[in-house]
Ligand binder design. Structure first.
Ligand SMILES: [Zn+2]
Length: 206
């Protein structure tokens, strides 16, 4: 499960999670961090992949170059083995159609022998740059924009990664934010009630 972390030297937050046995760092926008805070998720706390994915697809969480090597002060062994089961599989996150990397993904329009749209990482974009016509950072792509790009460029085919991602963009995740905020506030009110109860007890003793 993803874990929220704060950079030691600045008021910025990032998320670490494990995908395909590798630790992946997701940077957060200010808005992304706000959303997590509002749901009651605090620094060093775990949360569901569905939420991270939702931040990803709205552009509030993104991977960009910062590999696990740049994360300091984190026990990597603990990270690798300390992720309990999550209802959402790791495969919820999109990956490069060619090499499966999830680093710095773009939606690309490829004009080679075939004309199609897909998802490429930065390395694969470099290698195949001569066949790429359009390239847009994936976190900027939403459902409507994707449909428009496909229609305007008359793209009939999407590769496996993009087809999967498109399906996930169509899934409704909004409820999960509400759910998690609800469970958090329920926990809080239970704790508050306990506090009141103990005060009452004291009252009756006096
Ligand atoms: Zn790649």
């Amino acid at each position: 499960m993803p874990v929220l972390h704060k950079y030691k030297d600045k008021e910025k937050y990032y998320v670490l999670t494990s995908i395909s046995g590798k630790i992946v760092t997701f940077q957060l926008t200010g808005e992304g961090h706000e959303k997590l805070l509002k749901s009651g998720i605090k620094n060093e706390e775990r949360f569901g992949r569905a939420l991270l994915f939702d931040l990803y697809r709205t552009g509030d969480a993104f991977t960009h170059g910062a590999g696990p090597g740049k994360v300091e002060g984190v026990d990597k062994r603990q990270l690798l083995f300390d992720f309990p089961d999550d209802p959402e599989p790791e495969s919820i996150f999109p990956s490069c159609s060619v090499c499966n990397s999830i680093n710095d993904l773009h939606l690309v329009e490829v004009k080679d022998k075939e004309h199609f749209a897909g998802i490429y990482c930065s390395d694969c974009r470099k290698i195949r740059s001569s066949t790429i016509n359009t390239s847009i950072p994936l976190p900027l792509i939403n459902r409507g924009l994707l449909s428009r790009v496909l229609e305007m460029n008359n793209i009939q085919k999407t590769d496996k990664s993009l087809t999967e991602y498109r399906k996930l963009l169509d899934t409704e995740f909004v409820n999960r934010w509400e759910e998690i905020a609800k469970t958090k506030s329920v926990k809080k009110s239970i704790n508050q009630n306990r506090l009141f109860e103990s005060e009452d007890d004291q009252g009756s003793l006096l």
